[in-house]
Every structure is written in structure tokens, then in C-alpha cells.
Ligand binder design. Structure first.
Ligand SMILES: Cc1cc2nc3c(=O)[nH]c(=O)nc-3n(C[C@H](O)[C@H](O)[C@H](O)COP(=O)(O)OP(=O)(O)OC[C@H]3O[C@@H](n4cnc5c(N)ncnc54)[C@H](O)[C@@H]3O)c2cc1C
Length: 492
């Protein structure tokens, strides 16, 4: 059978699915995409992202390859630095406490730049993330934390471009089509069972790529695997990632893999809805805590807000917030740092209080012990090493000394009015546990053998992330393993 005779079904409509579909089509296969969501909610978690993508690069020349219309003026005023393969590998290893699968991570890292170039060939355009990943300091922008480019139009733009490319290239896309089981015999996977327009039908195929996301939108599975309390988390993205892809594969003997009790979770507006809202996108998140402090209902700090750049702490601090009384945290800032707050702090749908004195602020902060909060701030302010200069572009070492929980970078006293506080709870992004794949994104069974005809990519792949996550890696993982899965499913 040649690739042209092969029919590949891709389950999912987010970035991983569309990269798999485009790669399978480029390899010659006939491709059908099954998207569970209706058209208006297509694109999974991908549609909720900022489109920020982490990749290895060696300086401005590589950036120029991905952003050919970068102007000389932009280059002059910007220090893009470099983020080579070794740095990306080291970040993955460090934040996952050396648990991540070395073979999968090697692929993720070494294929990251070429895969973004391939996405460009499909029409995806990139721009520097000036607003969120670089601060102007002494007249120059300096990028920090290995995260430099985002897709034009953010997540919605990425989905739009990928879906348009798929349609252009003759890929059939069916919205409102929920795959719920794999057709399977001793020779392997032969297609999927789909529920569509009120009917269940069998769709035969030569290969199936599962790209249906994690199980974060399933409160029962969250509680079962992540633990008590996770039913109370808000879901940051799509309501459609309920673990179907993982379950379908486990049902035919696939191996589970990775950090099943772990997930990516962040500080998210306390009054955000149960699931993400595409009109608000990722703006319910509140990621500027490194410039202020976070206190719980007792008024006490409980994490080192400045332990590292935001990219390396935000994904694990959601769990710490969930563990606090009422799953509540207030982020507090004073006027010295208000200009550093990200755009997401200036939306209409924000739970914010403001006051000219700390006493008045405390009164306005719901569910917080006023006296405990005021005492905490006093101790905190006394402990700040104000002799060390503040610089948001580097880990500046401006810290507190002698507190039960010290802040080790970017410690500023909280003493200049007006004061602002933002109420956040835990928002879950995606789950870390999933399926075991090999280096061609083929799903393995519990005995370690390949399940013929079954591939997986994106959030439902296990083994990449444990405990924590370097910001911008989810999309890159979906693209890298999506492309590998699509090519393998097409038989090339
Ligand atoms: C608010 C937010 C902001 C984020 N920001 C970033 C960022 O800037 N950079 C980054 O790298 N990552 C970011 N992430 C993480 C990123 O969204 C994911 O890692 C990535 O989009 C996952 O891609 P995916 O294709 O695996 O899953 P998804 O994009 O979620 O796609 C899964 C698809 O499967 C479909 N589906 C589910 N079940 C079925 C079924 N039974 N049958 C058919 N289809 C099904 C869903 O409808 C969906 O289309 C963010 C996530 C959120 C929620």
C-alpha cells in the first residue's frame, strides 16, 4: 500500500491534531480530522493559549529565520539572547526533577526549531513576545526565560491558520464528531467508533492518531488521579478534554505513562467560570506574582514568589494555591511595581481591590485575616535587602532574609500607595499523565510492544512533564510529536 492509499484518522482539533493531520497529508495520506467540539468551540486548549512556543535557537539569526520581517530597529533595541539545545534540555530536566523521559525530551528539543520552521511553511507566522517576556530596561528589551516567540493572533490565530491550511490541503474535518472507541483486532487498530449528529458509526482507517488532550475537564478523573480537592479547580481551557483519547487507548491495552497525579495549574481569577471562556482567553491568569507577594486566608505568604522566572514557577504554584484554605490567594502589589503587571491584570472580568492604606486594603480583601495580613507585611518589609538593586530582567538576588518563607529575587517592600490586590484560585491547564509512545509516536501496550496503527501526540502523551513545566512547551510538544505521528501514521 502506498501512502496515497492510506486513510489516517486524527482524533482532536487542537494544535497537535492539526500538525499530525498536515504532516500525514504532506506524506500523501487521505486524512480525516474528528473534532468533538462544535465549530464555534473548535481548537481545544490551543485556542485558549497566547500561542507562545519554546524552542532552541542560537541568537538573532535563527529568530530572523522564523520572523523574516523583523526590522533592524527591533533588532537594535532587543537582546534576544540565545537558548540552545543544552539549555532547553537542562530546563526540562531541572523543572521535572530529572524524571522526564530522555528520549522523548531529546526529540522535543532537537526537533523544536525545525518543526517551527515547518509550521511556517504551512502559513503560521511568529512575532516576538515583547509584552510578556521582555522588559525595557536602560532603553533595551531583554528576553528572559527561554520563551521568545508567539504565533500571530495567539491561540485563536494559530487554530485559524492551521485549520485553513488543512482545508486548503484537502483534509476532511468533521466538527461535533466525538470518537469514543477504537476499532481493533489482533492485527491492530482499524479505525474509530464515532458519535456524530445523534448516531454512532464505525469509521474505518489504516491508522489513527489520538490527539484528544488530557483529562483536566473531567472532575471525577481529576479527583481520582490528582487527588482530593482537584474537583474544586477551575478549568482554564476547553470543556471537551475529558480523557476520551487516553481511555480509548487504555481500553485496548495501551500502557499508561508519566505523572498521573501531576498537572499544570496556575493562579486563576477566583470568580472565573467553571471552564475557559474563549472571549477572555488566558486573561483570567495572574502571572505577575514575582513582582509582589501572595498571601492566603491567614494573611500569610506560603511560597517564594521570586524563586525563578515566572516561566519556571507558574505551572506548579497552582497546586500550592489549591492547598490553601478556601483554595484562595490574594496577590498584593504596591505602586512601585504596578507598571510591571501584565495585560491580564487590566481586564474587566477581574477580582481586584484597591486602597490607599494597607489597613483599608485588608478590609477589602474577602476571607483574609486583617491582623495576620498586616503583621505579615510588616515582617516582610523589614526583611527586604533594599541595598541590592531591583532588575526584573535578571534573577537579581534582591531578597528577603530571615523569614519562614523567604522571597529570593525581586523582593520590593510593599509600602507605596495605592495598593492593589487580586483574588486568585487554582486553574488547571492540562494533566501530565497519559499514554506511552516511542520515538515515532507509536502507542505502546503494557508489554512494551507497538500497537499497530495507533499513534498519539499532544497533551495525552505521558512522560514529558512531571511536577512542573517550562512555559511554552505544550504547543511545541504538540507540534513536534504531531508531525512525527502524522508522518508515521502515513507510513513514511
Ligand atoms: C489558558 C491557557 C493558556 C495556555 N497558554 C499556552 C501557551 O502560551 N503556550 C503553550 O505552549 N501552551 C499553552 N497552554 C497549554 C496548551 O494549550 C496545550 O499544551 C496545547 O494546546 C495542547 O494541544 P493539544 O492539541 O494536545 O490539545 P488541545 O488543543 O486541547 O486539543 C484537543 C482536541 O481534542 C478534542 N477532543 C477531545 N475529546 C475528543 C473526542 N472524544 N473526539 C474528538 N475530539 C476530541 C478537543 O475538542 C480538542 O479539539 C495553555 C493552555 C491554556 C488552557
Amino acid at each position: 500500500m502506498t501512502a496515497a492509499d492510506r486513510h489516517v484518522i486524527v482524533v482532536g482539533g487542537g494544535n497537535a491534531a492539526m500538525c499530525a493531520a498536515l504532516a500525514a497529508r504532506e506524506s500523501g495520506a487521505q486524512v480525516t480530522v474528528l473534532e468533538r467540539a462544535p465549530m464555534a468551540e473548535r481548537g481545544g486548549n490551543t485556542a485558549f493559549t497566547a500561542g507562545a512556543m519554546r524552542f532552541a535557537y542560537h541568537g538573532v539569526d535563527d529568530i530572523r529565520q522564523l520572523v523574516p520581517d523583523l526590522t533592524d530597529e527591533q533588532v537594535d533595541k532587543t537582546d534576544f539572547g540565545s537558548y540552545d539545545e543544552a539549555a532547553f534540555l537542562e530546563d526540562m530536566a531541572r523543572v521535572t526533577e530529572y524524571r522526564c523521559d530522555p528520549e522523548l525530551v531529546e526529540l522535543l528539543v532537537t526537533r523544536s526549531f525545525p518543526t517551527l520552521m515547518w509550521m511556517r511553511s504551512k502559513g503560521v507566522q511568529f512575532v516576538p513576545i515583547y509584552g510578556r517576556q521582555a522588559f525595557q530596561f536602560d532603553g533595551r528589551f531583554t528576553f528572559w526565560g527561554g520563551l521568545t516567540l508567539e504565533a500571530v493572533g495567539g491561540g485563536p490565530g494559530l487554530v485559524e491558520t492551521e485549520w485553513a491550511a488543512a482545508e486548503r490541503e484537502g483534509i476532511q474535518i468533521r466538527c461535533g464528531a466525538r470518537a469514543f472507541a477504537l476499532l481493533h483486532d489482533d492485527a491492530g487498530v482499524k479505525g474509530v467508533k464515532v458519535h456524530e449528529a445523534g448516531r454512532s458509526v464505525d469509521l474505518p482507517a489504516d491508522a489513527v492518531v489520538l490527539a484528544a488532550g488530557g483529562f483536566q475537564a473531567n472532575p471525577e478523573w481529576r479527583t481520582r488521579y490528582l487527588g482530593p480537592g482537584w474537583d474544586l479547580a477551575k478549568v482554564r481551557g476547553t470543556r471537551f478534554n475529558t480523557g476520551d483519547g487516553i481511555r480509548m487507548a487504555l481500553d485496548i491495552g495501551a500502557s499508561s505513562y508519566g505523572n498521573w497525579s501531576g498537572c499544570h495549574a496556575v493562579g486563576w481569577d477566583r470568580n472565573a467560570p467553571e471552564f475557559g471562556d474563549l472571549k477572555v482567553g488566558d486573561h483570567y491568569q495572574k502571572h505577575s506574582y514575582p513582582w509582589g507577594i501572595m498571601v492566603n486566608a491567614h494573611g500569610q505568604r506560603f511560597v517564594d514568589e521570586g524563586a525563578d522566572f515566572r516561566n519556571y514557577t507558574y505551572a506548579k504554584y497552582g497546586r500550592r494555591i489549591l492547598e490553601q484554605p478556601h483554595q484562595l490567594t490574594w496577590q498584593v502589589f504596591d505602586a512601585k511595581v504596578a507598571h510591571l503587571l501584565r495585560d491580564e491584570y487590566r481586564i474587566r472580568q477581574v477580582t481586584k481591590v484597591k486602597a490607599d492604606t494597607l489597613e483599608d486594603l485588608a478590609k477589602k480583601m474577602d476571607d483574609v485575616d486583617d491582623a495576620g495580613f498586616l503583621a505579615e507585611i510588616e515582617h516582610y518589609n523589614e526583611a527586604v535587602r533594599t541595598d541590592i538593586p531591583f532588575n526584573p530582567n535578571v534573577k537579581d538576588g534582591r531578597r528577603t532574609v530571615g523569614l519562614p518563607v523567604d522571597k529570593t529575587n525581586w523582593a520590593n517592600t510593599v509600602d507605596q500607595p495605592p495598593f492593589e490586590a487580586y483574588a486568585v484560585t487554582a486553574g488547571i491547564t492540562f494533566t501530565f499523565g497519559g499514554l506511552r509512545i516511542d520515538n515515532r509516536a507509536r502507542v505502546l501496550d503494557t508489554g512494551g510492544a507497538i500497537i499497530p496503527g495507533l499513534h498519539a501526540c499532544g497533551e495525552l502523551v505521558g512522560g514529558l512533564f512531571y511536577f512542573n513545566y517550562p512555559g511554552g512547551t505544550g504547543l511545541t510538544s504538540g507540534s513536534v510529536f504531531g508531525k512525527i505521528a502524522g508522518e508515521a501514521a502515513a507510513g513514511t
